[in-house]
Design a protein around this ligand. Sequence first.
Ligand SMILES: [Mg+2]
Length: 421
Amino acid sequence: MKEEARVQYLFLDMNSYFASVEQQENPSLLGRPVAVVPILTEKTCAIAASYEAKAFGIKTGTMIYEAKKLCPDLIIVPARHDVYVEYHHAIMEELERHLPIETIHSVDEAVCRLIGDECRPERAIRLAQEIKAGISRNIGPAIKCSIGLSVNTYLAKLATELEKPDGLLVLHLNQLPERILHMRLSALPWIGRRIERRLQATGVRDVATLWSLSPGRLRRIWGSVMGQRFWYMLHGIQVPPIETKKHMVGHSHVLAPPLRLPERAHLVARRLITKAASRMRRMGYWSTETGVSVRFVGGNRWRKYAPTQSTQDSFTLLRALDRMWKEMQIIYGPQYIKQVSIVLSRLSNQPDLCPDLFSRLPTTEDRAHSRRISLSRALDGLNRRYGRDTVTFGIQPPVKANYIGAKIAFTRIPEREEFRE
Ligand SMILES: [Mg+2]
């Protein structure tokens, strides 16, 4: 068999993922235009749209008041990230029944590497059909996916973009660039708005021109080695991913209107930091820096980082947060707050003690600190066993916010445990 006919990677991309999960969970939504939103207000945007809603021009990022103008019958559903994570695990288990997973790219994307006989397109297509049938049978018929097959992960992903929804496509190297000439630059994976603007500024407005550029030219346009990597991936050469090491734990929350009063936002920030601390303890990390950032309703932002002693202790972290919060209130006064984010950074996998701590006897404060760490761990155990918020640190935000904290980002899928922290 000729080398260029072989495929090496299978890319699975779920279609309108959050919206199809909602349709699968609630049959009355089947066949209807659905938009999933982070909070129930007109001033938010869709984070997912069903294919029926997409037919009206609604997509991820469309503002809800605009979406309702496009489609007055649009059904708005608040996001349930815990449900999407459960489905994610079930889908990955189904995929694993057919092929070993090489990488999980996001909550709705995964890659499998093909070997031996699986690289024959006919065999790979059959595998893809079995995966689709398995997802439909075992996860639910409303859960649709596009599967792309190609010589590297990039082109396999690109193949999923070419046929949606419910696509199955082999993209061969010798079909390029013809097969993708019709695509807008921003429709290509890795080309975000910023890179698209840079490309346009240098006169690159279509895929044909992009295709003709050299790796060095793309590196200069990107302003980093990513441009060069992009060239190789687009031209069918697999470039190994850059290893990223975990160096922070954080949570962010967009506040529903009743939580925007500064004192309530403060309670949310405290809730977020105890969640992050609990997650950090579960992962076995210690932090020496705490950061908080706030976006006000008017658009102003405030951010501050403060060093702490090397700790896993929720009480120490809460104190650091409260100190920074007080500073913020002195500067900004009582303004409504739209979003709070907290981050625990400079993580290490053991307590990072100052050298002189080794040479001196533990003080009363050291002993109190280690007792608070044990207490924090004991509280984690209770919450894990009896459900989140069985035991909490102080007052909780007055409005029940189900999806506070654990949320699905494009690059990070919460673990199941996070929904109990
Ligand atoms: Mg998708």
